[in-house]
Ligand binder design. Sequence first.
Ligand code: AMP
Ligand code: MG
Length: 499
Amino acid sequence: MEAEALIEVRFDDSFARAFPELCEPWQAEPSPDPRLLVLNRDLATQLGFDPGALEGPEGVAFLVGAAIPAGVQPVAQAYAGHQFGGFAPRLGDGRALLIGEVVDQEGGRRDIHLKGSGRTPFARGGDGRAAVGPMLREYVISEAMHALGIPTTRSLAVVTTGAQVTRERLLPGAVLTRVAASHIRVGTFQYAALQRDPALVQRLADHVIARHHPQAVESENPYVELLRSVIDVQASLVARWMAVGFVHGVMNTDNTTISGETIDYGPCAFMDAFDPATVFSSIDHGGRYAYGNQSQIAQWNLARLAETLLPLIAADPEEAVERATEVLHTFAGNYREHWGTTVRAKLGLRDRHDDELLLADDLLLADDLLAMLHQQQVDLTSAFRQLSSLVRGDARPARVLFGDPAPFDAWVDRYRTRLAMQAADPAVVAAEMDRVNPLYIPRNHRVEEALDAATAGDLDPFRRLVDVVSQPFDERPGLEGYAVPAPHGGRPYRTFCGT
Ligand code: AMP
Ligand code: MG
């Protein structure tokens, strides 16, 4: 069946056509009783879809892969990956399909991808399915990330399939329709490199240069420049995660995009009380992907990308390693710069990029604040949000977050001295801080509550949560309960709530 209602949107399948070696033509398993649970109408409109058409039977058939747009061949993509450091040469989309690319008026492409659409040739022991809870979880967290200004895949829709999924118990099955700049990962390059065909890796590199890093083409060595550019977007991405307390949880190389978008929301979560050792994933026993390790892990993953590019970087292997290593060494400084920009904005400190000493001082100021949050188990999100009150002249809303306010008071003296060095109007600075320090993040207990209700058939809490986190910076009356961590976990905040 072709999706006639979608005829206005221009589809293509450039990846499937260009890389038959990296995918398997496939189709979705039929859904016995597909029902639309949630549709992202804004995103649908941005992509050129008519949201009303997507809500109708043909639209829903498209969203679960039963109706395919004319002229595209859905595929399961192949990739390899280092999972918790161990190499798996053949992972691939075990329960996902790339339907094709929506092409916008400027020629930009966005993948339309299904997750939970049935077993594929890469399924190994898996059932190819997804339960409704985890798909709604990806929906709400990816939309929250987008609203926070963090590069991410987006969620277009979640449709229940009518089939049951066997996990610890039977759960309703669902398909998530996901949108991404592309689904090309470090693991895609690792898979391509294993095919022992340098021409394949080169074609893949040229494809991602054209699609995601076009400025690299101008460079004296486009493949060195590609590596540099992926390092830059990944360093920037992880700095932004760190700024909001996001723990990805499965930073395997197959979950690291070339575009620099966050991908694959599994055991991820936002921390409440600040602690660099925070791990949410039940399977991450060693804490490999703990909050505080994320920048180092990103660098490790980028080294795996670099290895695949070596034959393109230089014909002489020694020279190739030397050039790649030199670029990889830029990660730390690059990350520091992105983190510096991000944390300065959070503190309302105006950038003075030329002044390295001042940057070092500002980073120390930020580190000392974070160390205090850690020592006193203070909520990261609340602490940064309340700093704008301090800049407006009232330190109390931040101060009450600290069980022992003495170290905070000493820190505030330093902070005020630093603020006094800039001529900016405090009211303007405070307003800017409120545009970067969110009030509402998808708090774990709120997410769980919404998913439990949705799994039992009540979507209201989920819809409300999506609405709240889609405007994370705007204080709205009645939403106070969304701005604080779970009552049992965050003793300092209970005090604050009452004030
Ligand atoms: P993830 O941890 O979600 O990034 O998935 C890692 C690998 O396992 C990928 O190759 C997935 O396609 C595959 N996978 C995860 N869950 C399933 C499932 N239920 N059925 C088949 N493959 C799966
Ligand atoms: Mg994955």
